[in-house]
Ligand binder design. Structure first.
Ligand SMILES: [Fe+2]
Length: 186
Protein backbone atom coordinates (compact mmCIF):
# COMPACT_ATOMS: atom_id res chain seq x y z
CA UNK A 1 0.00 0.00 0.00
CA UNK A 2 2.77 2.36 0.92
CA UNK A 3 4.61 1.71 -2.36
CA UNK A 4 1.43 2.33 -4.26
CA UNK A 5 0.85 5.65 -2.50
CA UNK A 6 4.38 6.78 -3.26
CA UNK A 7 3.92 6.13 -6.96
CA UNK A 8 0.78 8.24 -7.12
CA UNK A 9 1.00 11.76 -8.56
CA UNK A 10 1.80 14.41 -6.01
CA UNK A 11 0.00 17.68 -6.50
CA UNK A 12 -0.26 21.14 -4.99
CA UNK A 13 -3.22 20.20 -2.79
CA UNK A 14 -1.34 17.23 -1.33
CA UNK A 15 1.69 19.43 -0.74
CA UNK A 16 -0.40 22.08 1.04
CA UNK A 17 -1.94 19.40 3.27
CA UNK A 18 1.53 18.03 4.08
CA UNK A 19 2.90 21.52 4.88
CA UNK A 20 0.01 22.15 7.24
CA UNK A 21 0.46 18.81 8.96
CA UNK A 22 4.25 19.17 9.32
CA UNK A 23 4.13 22.74 10.64
CA UNK A 24 1.31 21.98 13.06
CA UNK A 25 3.39 19.13 14.51
CA UNK A 26 6.68 21.07 14.50
CA UNK A 27 7.00 24.66 13.23
CA UNK A 28 10.78 24.54 13.83
CA UNK A 29 13.63 23.32 11.62
CA UNK A 30 12.49 19.68 11.67
CA UNK A 31 9.04 20.45 10.33
CA UNK A 32 10.52 22.65 7.62
CA UNK A 33 12.97 19.94 6.58
CA UNK A 34 10.00 17.63 6.00
CA UNK A 35 8.49 20.36 3.79
CA UNK A 36 11.76 20.63 1.86
CA UNK A 37 11.66 16.90 1.07
CA UNK A 38 8.05 17.03 -0.07
CA UNK A 39 8.79 20.10 -2.19
CA UNK A 40 11.35 17.97 -4.05
CA UNK A 41 8.57 15.52 -4.76
CA UNK A 42 6.23 18.28 -5.95
CA UNK A 43 8.76 19.80 -8.37
CA UNK A 44 9.49 16.35 -9.78
CA UNK A 45 5.88 15.70 -10.67
CA UNK A 46 5.26 15.97 -14.44
CA UNK A 47 1.69 17.20 -14.02
CA UNK A 48 2.69 19.93 -11.59
CA UNK A 49 5.48 21.05 -13.92
CA UNK A 50 3.15 21.02 -16.93
CA UNK A 51 0.55 23.09 -15.13
CA UNK A 52 2.66 25.69 -13.32
CA UNK A 53 6.00 25.83 -15.10
CA UNK A 54 5.80 24.86 -18.77
CA UNK A 55 4.76 27.89 -20.82
CA UNK A 56 4.38 30.00 -17.66
CA UNK A 57 4.79 33.74 -18.26
CA UNK A 58 7.70 35.40 -16.45
CA UNK A 59 6.68 36.84 -13.11
CA UNK A 60 5.79 35.91 -9.57
CA UNK A 61 2.64 33.93 -8.78
CA UNK A 62 1.34 33.19 -5.30
CA UNK A 63 0.15 29.59 -5.63
CA UNK A 64 -1.10 29.38 -2.06
CA UNK A 65 -1.19 31.34 1.20
CA UNK A 66 -2.27 29.70 4.42
CA UNK A 67 -4.71 31.90 6.31
CA UNK A 68 -4.06 30.15 9.59
CA UNK A 69 -0.34 29.28 9.60
CA UNK A 70 0.81 32.12 7.34
CA UNK A 71 3.13 30.23 5.00
CA UNK A 72 3.17 30.96 1.27
CA UNK A 73 3.95 28.92 -1.82
CA UNK A 74 5.23 31.04 -4.70
CA UNK A 75 6.21 30.30 -8.29
CA UNK A 76 9.13 32.44 -9.43
CA UNK A 77 9.16 32.25 -13.22
CA UNK A 78 12.32 34.12 -14.18
CA UNK A 79 12.65 35.25 -17.77
CA UNK A 80 16.07 36.80 -17.50
CA UNK A 81 19.26 35.76 -15.77
CA UNK A 82 20.04 37.53 -12.53
CA UNK A 83 22.49 37.66 -9.63
CA UNK A 84 21.05 38.81 -6.30
CA UNK A 85 22.99 40.49 -3.52
CA UNK A 86 23.34 38.54 -0.28
CA UNK A 87 20.13 38.88 1.74
CA UNK A 88 18.21 37.28 4.59
CA UNK A 89 14.52 36.48 4.90
CA UNK A 90 14.08 38.43 8.11
CA UNK A 91 12.48 36.41 10.88
CA UNK A 92 11.18 33.89 8.37
CA UNK A 93 12.59 30.79 6.72
CA UNK A 94 12.54 30.04 3.00
CA UNK A 95 12.80 26.87 0.93
CA UNK A 96 13.77 27.05 -2.75
CA UNK A 97 12.82 24.18 -5.03
CA UNK A 98 14.30 24.24 -8.51
CA UNK A 99 11.86 23.36 -11.30
CA UNK A 100 13.76 24.30 -14.48
CA UNK A 101 17.36 25.31 -15.27
CA UNK A 102 19.36 25.92 -12.08
CA UNK A 103 20.19 28.35 -9.30
CA UNK A 104 23.70 28.79 -7.93
CA UNK A 105 23.50 29.39 -4.21
CA UNK A 106 25.99 30.94 -1.84
CA UNK A 107 25.43 30.81 1.91
CA UNK A 108 27.19 33.61 3.76
CA UNK A 109 28.38 34.10 7.31
CA UNK A 110 28.25 37.53 8.86
CA UNK A 111 31.50 38.26 10.63
CA UNK A 112 30.74 41.66 12.20
CA UNK A 113 28.55 42.05 15.27
CA UNK A 114 25.77 43.90 13.42
CA UNK A 115 26.39 47.07 15.39
CA UNK A 116 27.09 49.29 12.41
CA UNK A 117 24.71 48.97 9.44
CA UNK A 118 27.25 50.72 7.23
CA UNK A 119 30.00 48.18 7.82
CA UNK A 120 28.86 44.58 7.55
CA UNK A 121 31.42 41.92 6.72
CA UNK A 122 30.36 38.71 5.01
CA UNK A 123 32.27 35.61 4.05
CA UNK A 124 31.04 32.82 1.77
CA UNK A 125 30.62 29.53 3.64
CA UNK A 126 28.96 27.20 1.15
CA UNK A 127 28.43 27.20 -2.62
CA UNK A 128 26.31 24.76 -4.57
CA UNK A 129 24.00 24.51 -7.55
CA UNK A 130 20.32 23.66 -7.14
CA UNK A 131 19.27 21.58 -10.13
CA UNK A 132 15.74 20.54 -11.12
CA UNK A 133 14.08 18.36 -8.49
CA UNK A 134 16.26 19.66 -5.66
CA UNK A 135 15.31 22.04 -2.86
CA UNK A 136 17.47 24.04 -0.46
CA UNK A 137 16.42 25.36 2.94
CA UNK A 138 17.37 28.68 4.54
CA UNK A 139 16.45 28.84 8.18
CA UNK A 140 15.64 32.05 10.07
CA UNK A 141 18.28 34.71 9.68
CA UNK A 142 20.46 32.80 7.22
CA UNK A 143 22.05 34.98 4.55
CA UNK A 144 22.25 33.71 0.98
CA UNK A 145 22.58 34.98 -2.56
CA UNK A 146 21.25 33.48 -5.75
CA UNK A 147 22.50 33.45 -9.34
CA UNK A 148 20.38 31.96 -12.12
CA UNK A 149 20.29 31.87 -15.92
CA UNK A 150 17.45 32.80 -18.28
CA UNK A 151 14.28 30.72 -17.85
CA UNK A 152 15.13 29.47 -14.39
CA UNK A 153 11.99 28.61 -12.46
CA UNK A 154 11.85 27.86 -8.76
CA UNK A 155 9.03 27.22 -6.35
CA UNK A 156 9.58 28.94 -3.05
CA UNK A 157 7.91 28.24 0.28
CA UNK A 158 8.26 30.93 2.95
CA UNK A 159 7.17 30.84 6.58
CA UNK A 160 5.21 34.04 6.14
CA UNK A 161 4.51 36.71 3.53
CA UNK A 162 7.97 38.25 3.27
CA UNK A 163 6.53 41.53 2.00
CA UNK A 164 5.18 42.14 5.49
CA UNK A 165 8.41 41.73 7.41
CA UNK A 166 11.71 43.55 7.54
CA UNK A 167 14.55 41.90 5.59
CA UNK A 168 18.13 42.95 5.00
CA UNK A 169 20.40 42.92 1.98
CA UNK A 170 24.12 43.42 2.02
CA UNK A 171 26.40 45.32 -0.34
CA UNK A 172 29.58 43.27 -0.58
CA UNK A 173 31.62 46.19 -1.92
CA UNK A 174 30.67 48.85 0.61
CA UNK A 175 29.43 46.71 3.53
CA UNK A 176 26.24 48.74 3.68
CA UNK A 177 23.10 46.97 4.94
CA UNK A 178 19.76 48.11 3.51
CA UNK A 179 16.16 47.04 3.98
CA UNK A 180 14.57 45.18 1.11
CA UNK A 181 11.46 46.29 -0.70
CA UNK A 182 8.62 43.82 -1.45
CA UNK A 183 9.72 40.62 -3.20
CA UNK A 184 13.07 42.15 -4.04
CA UNK A 185 16.12 39.89 -4.38
CA UNK A 186 13.94 36.95 -3.27
FE1 LIG B 1 16.32 34.49 -0.67
Amino acid sequence: MRDREERMAYNLDSFVADCRRFLAADPGPKGRELIRRQLEQLISDPEFLARYCADAKPGLAVLYEDAELGFQILAHVNGKARVSPPHDHGASWAIYGQATEYTDMIEWERLDDGGDPAKSRLEPRKRYRLTPGHAGIYQDGMIHSIDYPDKSIFIRVTGTNLDKISRSMFNLQTGKVTQMTPQRAT
